[in-house]
Write a protein that binds this ligand. Structure first.
Ligand code: SF4
Length: 285
């Protein structure tokens, strides 16, 4: 491993790895592909911060591991199954401008592979030329419309909402299948219907994800307790959440929402018999 010191305000570690694909149980994915571990976007709610337990480099958002040989590990291989890029990092975080690992992987990867990309960054537009060469690709941009002061704290270093919406528009115009990943939905802080109406012309479908309160960690929960106590009240109360979810299901039925992902405590599992608790599967258009 090579420690490069601080690059773009984060500690950067260059490593070579044995494999680049990991079997995953994430719904809709067979393999995850993380060419980076760690993320400069440093979202306060990021569930992937659990990676800090395995890499003792500091707080989430302060370090990035760069898998230098990732493009070569995927070169010329055909993988049967859906590959999701990425699950514990953003493939288009700022450091990608320097390392271009994502671009190289896209270039080398067998174009018949079923590829799903999720990002918060309009840097993905740089790679439109290669994305277009894939036969089975879906590109998602996370959109949530947080107001400026909330975004500054929850998503301090990711591109603005408008840039993401514009990226979806540009990608969609190229005939590439796109989806809006409305996440993390926090009662009172995200107006799901208004985001849908803003973006619906640029996507083939939506996925809605309600905040993962446990995965988001104690710091996030403290922030929400202090800044948005009413949101927290709903998130912690199974009955209030039932109303909130039922409202989301109504919205999902009205628009092109493929599914609603939730992360409720197991003990709530009997409270949502009609919504199947963990997801609402609508129609993918
Ligand atoms: S962009 Fe995604 S991976 Fe990166 S910090 Fe935010 S939620 Fe985590």
């Amino acid at each position: 491993m090579v420690f490069l010191g601080m690059v773009l305000s984060v500690k950067v570690f260059e490593v070579n790895t044995k494999s680049i694909l990991t079997k995953t149980s994430i719904e809709g994915c067979d393999y995850s592909l993380n060419q980076y571990v760690g993320c400069q976007h440093a979202c306060l709610y990021c569930y992937a911060k659990y990676m800090c337990k395995y890499y003792n480099y500091g707080d989430w958002g302060s370090w990035v591991l760069v898998k230098m040989n990732a493009p070569n590990l995927i070169k010329g291989r055909y993988i049967d199954g859906i590959i999701c890029m990425s699950t514990v990092s953003d493939p288009y975080q700022p450091i990608e401008k320097r390392y271009m690992l994502t671009r190289k992987i896209l270039k080398y990867m067998d174009k018949r592979i079923k590829l799903r990309i999720l990002t918060k960054s309009d840097l993905i537009l740089r790679d439109l030329d290669i994305l277009k060469t894939y036969g089975n690709i879906e590109v998602g941009l996370t959109v949530n419309g947080f107001n400026r002061s909330i975004k500054k704290i929850l998503e301090p270093h990711s591109p603005a909402h408008n840039a993401r919406v514009n990226a979806l528009n540009e990608i969609h115009k190229e005939g590439i299948k796109t989806y809006g990943f409305i996440s993390p939905v926090i009662p009172g802080l995200v107006d799901v219907e208004s985001v849908i109406n803003e973006v619906r012309g640029y996507v083939n479908y939506f996925i809605i994800e309600v905040i993962n309160l446990k995965g988001a960690g104690a710091k996030f929960r403290r922030f929400l307790d202090k800044t948005a106590p009413n949101s927290m009240k709903i998130l912690r109360d199974s009955k209030l959440m039932a109303d909130f979810i039922n409202n989301l299901v109504d919205i999902a039925r009205k628009y092109k929402v493929y599914k609603i992902i939730t992360h409720f405590p197991r003990k709530w599992s009997t409270i949502y018999p009609n919504t199947n608790l963990t997801k609402y599967a609508g129609c993918k258009i």
